[in-house]
Design a protein around this ligand. Structure first.
Ligand code: 0PR
Length: 363
């Protein structure tokens, strides 16, 4: 640490020069995050110091968290859903498996997840000492419905499906998983970290939420397509009792029990997430999502015309292609099968995609 502090001028000159090393989102086609909506930034700043880890001190912010959960619960077809704001999909997925493990009480617990699940499940299983069983995908990059039951046994604590997969933008057969969960009395977690704020705004999307009776919990992240400031994920559960299994006593806080994984939790992004939803409403969200989906279709058409077929028709704004080159100056990512992976987030415009396609064409 410096003996004597820097002047504000010196400090901010330094910070601005460091910031220049960060990429702007403009040519980033690989990210599930985006530039936060201006109302999110404004709301975040109002609640910059509030800590939801001690909610009795920040009753106003805590009420915003309750409203956010209510909004998302309604969007997930269950306004009475219980939940809280997490640091993102990873934490929500860890908490969901923690609840499943505590509810099932098996000696050698295992969880059945799709092969295509996000790597956060690997972390969750390692932390929780739960065996991770991966069901292979079909050629359409979704969990093979024919094979799910082969992986379930008497030590299975739960099953997982993804609504909006990270690599291919597909949806696992969640209605089928729901039937299995009901039939075998298993906890079913749906990872809708990405798709949760996309699918409700696309008419005719398959059901994946609490409308399906077997669904026990859902991850849904405002800091992805919800355009909030980072970090803001949410976990929602059907039965409030689930959270008693993750509770610890917190005798010296303003609340005497805490069911969250993190202690100190930022209020700013929660205010930001709610601000975006309330400012845009369903109509505004629909218009942003439909623009992202139109851009995704435009990109797919353009890539196919250049001879690079899409690996599978996605149901959200993630598209992956058989194309092993990357044009210079662009950031795309690679799936585990080597496909070029792109995400048409709200910061990606039609002009950006035209430029990208031109550059791909010139490789
Ligand atoms: N579940 C799904 C379906 C996800 O796609 C992700 C993240 C998670 C859970 C975990 O969420 P958190 O990262 O919020 O904990 N998906 C992106 C990915 O891994 C996250 C990301 C975002 C990566 C921005 C890069 C980036 O620039 O691709």
């Amino acid at each position: 640490m410096l003996e004597e502090g820097l002047s504000e001028d010196e400090l901010f000159r330094h910070l601005s020069s460091v910031k220049e090393k960060d990429r702007s989102y403009k040519k980033v086609l690989s990210s599930m995050c985006t530039i936060p909506h201006p109302v999110a930034v404004r709301a975040h700043n109002i609640f910059i110091e509030s800590n939801l880890g001690d909610p009795g001190l920040f009753l106003g912010t805590a009420s915003l968290e309750a409203e956010l959960i209510e909004r998302l619960g309604s969007l997930m077809s269950f306004p009475g859903a219980c939940g809280y704001a997490t640091s993102g999909g990873t934490e929500s997925n860890i908490q969901a498996l923690r609840i499943a493990r505590e509810s099932a009480e098996k000696r050698n617990p295992n969880v059945v997840i799709p092969e295509s699940a996000h790597f956060s499940f690997e972390k969750a299983c390692e932390i929780l000492s739960v065996e991770m069983r991966q069901v292979p995908s079909t050629e359409g990059f979704v969990m093979d419905p024919e094979r799910i039951e082969d992986y379930i046994d008497s030590d299975t604590i739960g099953i997982v499906g993804v609504a909006g997969t990270t690599e291919y933008g597909t949806i696992d057969p969640i209605a089928h998983l729901s039937d299995i969960a009901l039939d075998r009395e298993l906890f079913l977690h749906v990872d809708a970290a990405f798709g949760g704020l996309v699918l409700p705004f696309i008419p005719g999307s398959p059901s994946f939420d609490f409308r399906l009776e077997g669904v026990s919990s859902i991850s849904i992240d405002p800091h992805k397509m919800g355009m909030s400031t980072i970090p803001c994920g949410c976990i929602l559960v059907r039965d409030p009792d689930y959270f008693t299994s993750t509770e610890v006593d917190t005798p010296y806080l303003t609340v005497k029990k805490e069911c969250t994984l993190c202690g100190t939790r930022p209020g700013g992004p929660v205010a930001g997430a709610l601000a975006v939803l309330d400012h845009l409403g369903k109509k505004g969200m629909k218009s942003i999502v439909s623009r992202c989906m139109e851009n995704t279709s435009f990109l797919i058409r353009g890539m196919e015309e250049l001879g690079y077929p899409v690996a599978v028709q996605p149901l959200v704004n993630v598209a992956s292609f058989s194309c092993d080159k990357t044009p210079e100056g662009w950031i795309v990512s690679r799936t585990r099968h080597g496909h070029m992976r792109t995400v048409c987030m709200p910061h990606i415009t039609r002009e950006t995609l035209e430029e990208f396609l031109r550059d791909v064409g010139e490789i």
